[in-house]
Design a protein. Structure first.
Length: 423
């Protein structure tokens, strides 16, 4: 059994099982996990449910798999389907090792499904047999018994994912705003980093709002006595969500040193999309099953500029590169005073594409227009990915400046919502 560190409650529990054989150690680990997840991240023998022990290597997954199945009360105790993992990922009652193992199994479900393949045409799943096979594979690679390239790469891939989760979870401040005295200081552009979900339209709108009026983000989020958060997007129904789990922090990575506010916003927006007929219709039209995670439902509604509507509660206007003079005048107007509008730009139709161009079909934040230099300041919601163009100035964190004439070549339109005048 891989090394775990237990607190005093575990040692008390261990006394109750003093007659067990050595082979029952796994059951002790399971009981300890179910009794409150008493595994500690900082190697201290204290109870720390929010920052429980991080699984150290691939072999530790076996100890948690059956516990995870039991914890989420499934009828079939020998497997976890992809949909069941989706639901477990956002389960606030699953913390520490259990949450992290759920994320690893979901992230690499194709790998684990391949160790015990599902029937063709059926949903991917992770079975007890697959976990057993993986545990043997991991042990054989660790001892050098199995040196095949495929086996080594499989174990290295999972170990690397575990190490990355360790880093992300440890570096994330587990409150919405790291600066409790002045929360608006925690609302930084670097926190707005799109991950694997195709929701650039939402992230670019949030980043533009952060640049225009960070205080409005703060006003959207309020904490409830039970630890949940209420989010009020302007002009929309109130949404209540649980704080991001360890699994969600890993699967939707962002800059966490300033707090979890961006995770909370994305999750809340996704929850609102789950009942939005436009989002439902979009996924249905593509025969796409988003799964049980709210974040997955944010993929799609950007076709309707829903990101801007969601964060501002205002109507959306447009200006296109078909009329460049008018678009320049619009930019001058929008940025003549700070905080007047939230603006995004799309690289879709009627634009230049190629290796030196911004990513096609992607939405960027428009942060400013410098009239004197005739430059547009933009930001890629990835937090990186500046166009490799000699005429583009890289400003860091995905921000860049380009001349307006180049902007008209690479971007088809700007979308914007005007903010209320500041008193």
């Amino acid at each position: 059994m891989n090394e775990f560190e237990f607190d005093d409650e575990y040692h008390s529990l261990n006394d109750d099982y003093e007659d067990y054989e050595a082979g029952d150690e796994e059951k002790l680990v399971a009981e300890a996990l179910l009794e409150g997840d008493n595994l500690c991240a900082d190697n201290q023998s204290v109870r720390c449910p929010e920052k429980s022990k991080l699984i150290r290597n691939a072999g530790d997954i076996k100890e948690c798999f059956l516990v995870l199945v039991k914890k989420i009360h499934l009828k079939d105790g020998n497997q976890l389907t992809e949909l069941e993992l989706d639901k477990a990922i956002g389960d606030a009652s699953l913390t520490g090792p259990l949450s992290r193992v759920a994320a690893i199994l979901k992230k690499h479900i194709a790998l684990f499904n391949g160790l015990d393949p599902a029937e063709p045409g059926t949903i991917k799943r992770v079975t007890k047999n697959a976990i057993e096979s993986f545990d043997i594979l991991q042990a054989d690679v660790a001892t050098g018994k199995n040196k095949t390239k495929e086996a080594v790469e499989i174990v290295k891939k999972v170990d690397a994912a575990l190490a990355e989760m360790d880093r992300l979870v440890r570096n994330t401040v587990r409150s919405p705003f790291a600066d409790a005295e002045l929360p608006v200081r925690s609302i930084q552009l670097e926190c707005v980093r799109q991950s694997s979900v195709g929701n650039c339209y939402f992230y670019s709108a949030v980043a533009s709002l952060v640049a225009a009026d960070a205080g409005s983000i703060r006003r959207m989020i309020s904490e409830n006595p039970d630890g949940s958060y209420t989010v009020k997007f302007p002009g929309r129904q109130v949404v209540t969500v649980q704080p991001p789990s360890d699994a969600e922090i890993y699967l939707y990575p962002k800059e966490g040193k300033h707090g979890t506010w961006m995770w909370i916003l994305e999750k809340a927006y996704g929850q609102s999309c789950m009942s939005d007929i436009r989002s439902i219709a979009f996924h249905a039209a593509l025969f796409r099953r988003p799964g049980g995670r709210p974040q997955e439902y944010t993929w799609g509604p950007g076709l309707f500029d829903e990101g801007l509507r969601a964060v501002t509660g205002k109507s959306v206007e447009w200006s296109t590169n078909i009329f460049p003079k008018q678009m320049r005048e619009t930019l001058v107007d929008l940025f003549s005073k700070p905080g007047q509008a939230v603006v995004t730009a799309d690289a879709t139709i009627n634009v230049r594409t190629g290796k030196d161009a911004p990513r096609w079909g992607h939405t960027f934040s428009v942060l400013d227009y410098d009239k004197r230099a005739d430059e547009v300041i933009l930001r890629n919601p990835w937090g990186h990915g500046t166009p490799r163009n000699p005429n583009v100035r890289d400003l860091g964190d995905g921000k860049f400046a380009m001349k307006f004439k180049d902007f008209c070549c690479y971007f088809s339109r700007i979308s914007y919502s005007r903010l209320p005048a500041t008193k």
